[in-house]
Design a protein around this ligand. Structure first.
Ligand code: PLP
Length: 458
């Protein structure tokens, strides 16, 4: 029905919550879920660090929509840029050039470290990793890729094979040539280390041994999440990334840093590697580059690797590579990050607000086994016993096994906070633009919800 009073009929539906639930149930096939069991919250509106459901309930987004909306929801400058670009040129094949595609690449190269000056655009993180390993394989003429057990690199064929966590199991056997290693994680050390320095040294020695037995001449790349994301916000110990860099240099191996989750302000840096001053050969990104307003990801490429493809075709491509709406949103988003000092704010939030507040929760709640993180990228690891470190719910818990974490999540939601819960952890990952006041209000809700976890402490 047209709206004769305003003269601008909406072309889009505006359903009530019940209709959304009904149509969703009938027709939407959801990720990672048993379709009969999933009951998605109908979201009708979002702004800044909050979103609203169709029943009018407001939630503080402590998940950032899969650690994605780094500049918050509905930033007016980014929304306007997408609208403006849609009016100018809504799509363009990858073989052409245009202003926003060139400018997005220029800006990304400008904030990337070292000589990483060229950008291959994809539609998301998994495709970025697929293409990074393709580049590494062609560049080196080798086939193996070393990837960490506690990692997630995406759900396409190659990216799920790179993934070290249980999400890969159903897709095995994956692509050939993937060899897994243990990365550093002192709290549950694979190396029986008792200090960060020991963990670092042993993790690097393990990686070196693996390179030796696999044959360095067969290894194209080592891929790692600079700060491991969904598998626990594992911040690498001092010296680890530099050690991997040195190992790669020694054996001509390409170092790929997956910063799909950790990049673009999340860790209080443009790219998380900047914390440690390490320059990888390839960085993969997505999410925070434009807060996911339009799907976008990519690979930032060093001069050396780009040179491989100077006179030889790069054997990869995507219809939507460098999509104008995505690039327009990236241009606007990076400019917003600069103007509003989002990177600096994320660092300050981590150091002065989130870190201290979460450590105070650990003092109060026995079920908090470890607090770790940086920037606006934090995890509380929940346990049944601090001495044995028995997780509050088992590794890869589901159904009844996951009930204690489900009760914790339900208490957060009842308090108006949408948490990011994964196995025995809750991650504290609001938008990097969240005010101190809202962050602290959200942590106060976690505080109350942790009583649920404490009930299971033995
Ligand atoms: N790499 C990391 C570190 C991620 O966290 C993710 C997604 O969460 C991906 C890759 C995959 O990104 P996408 O879902 O955009 O394909």
């Amino acid at each position: 029905m047209s709206d004769s009073t305003s003269g601008s009929a909406s072309l889009l539906p505006s359903y009530d919550a019940e209709t959304i639930r009904r149509l969703d149930k009938a027709h939407v096939f959801h990720s990672w879920s048993a379709q009969a069991q999933i009951a998605p919250l109908p979201v009708t509106r979002a702004e800044g660090s909050f979103f609203w459901d169709g029943d009018g309930n407001r939630f503080l987004d402590f998940s950032s929509q899969l650690v994605n909306v780094n500049i918050g929801h509905q930033h007016p400058a980014v929304v306007a840029a997408i609208q403006e670009q849609a009016g100018r040129l809504a799509t363009l094949a990858p073989g052409f050039g245009n202003d926003v595609r060139a400018e997005a690449a220029r800006l990304i190269a400008e904030v990337a470290p070292g000589d990483l000056d060229k950008v291959f655009f994809t539609n998301g993180g998994a495709e970025a990793n697929e293409n990074a390993i393709r580049m590494a394989r062609v560049h080196t003429g080798r086939h193996k890729v070393l990837s960490a057990y506690r990692s997630y690199h995406g759900a396409t064929a190659g990216a799920i094979a790179l993934t070290g966590d249980p999400r890969r199991w159903a897709s095995e056997p994956g692509i050939s040539g993937i060899v897994r290693y243990w990365g550093p994680y002192l709290y549950r050390s694979a190396f029986h280390a008792s200090t960060e320095a020991e963990e670092c040294e042993r993790a690097l020695a393990h990686l070196r041994d693996l390179v030796a037995v696999e044959g360095p001449q067969t290894i194209a790349a080592i891929i790692l999440e600079t700060v491991v994301g969904t598998n626990g916000i594992l911040v690498p110990p001092e010296g680890y990334l530099a050690g991997v860099r040195a190992l790669c240099d020694e054996f001509g191996i390409v170092m790929i840093a997956d910063e799909v989750m950790a990049g673009f302000a999340r860790c209080g840096e443009w790219f998380a590697v900047d914390r440690w001053g390490v320059v990888p050969d390839l960085i993969t990104f997505a999410k925070g580059v434009n807060s996911g307003y339009v799907p976008l990801g990519g690979v930032v490429i060093s001069e050396r690797i780009a040179a491989t493809f100077a006179d030889r075709p790069f054997p990869g491509g995507l219809t939507y590579s460098g999509h104008p709406l995505a690039c327009a949103s990236a241009v606007a988003s990076i400019n917003v990050m600069r103007e509003e000092k989002v990177v600096e704010n994320a660092r300050r939030l981590g150091d002065d607000v989130i870190g201290p507040a979460l450590r105070a929760l650990a003092d109060k709640h026995p079920s908090v086994g470890e607090v770790r993180g940086l920037g606006v990228f934090w995890a509380l690891e929940l346990v049944r016993d601090r001495t044995t470190r028995e997780p509050l719910v088992p590794f890869n818990a589901s159904g009844a096994d996951a009930a204690p974490m489900a009760a914790f999540a339900a208490a957060c939601k009842a308090g108006g906070v949408w948490p990011f819960v994964h196995f025995n952890r809750t991650h504290v990952v609001p938008p990097c633009t969240t005010s101190d006041e809202d962050v602290l209000a959200g942590i106060a809700v976690l505080d109350a919800a942790l009583d649920e976890a404490d009930k299971h402490y033995t």
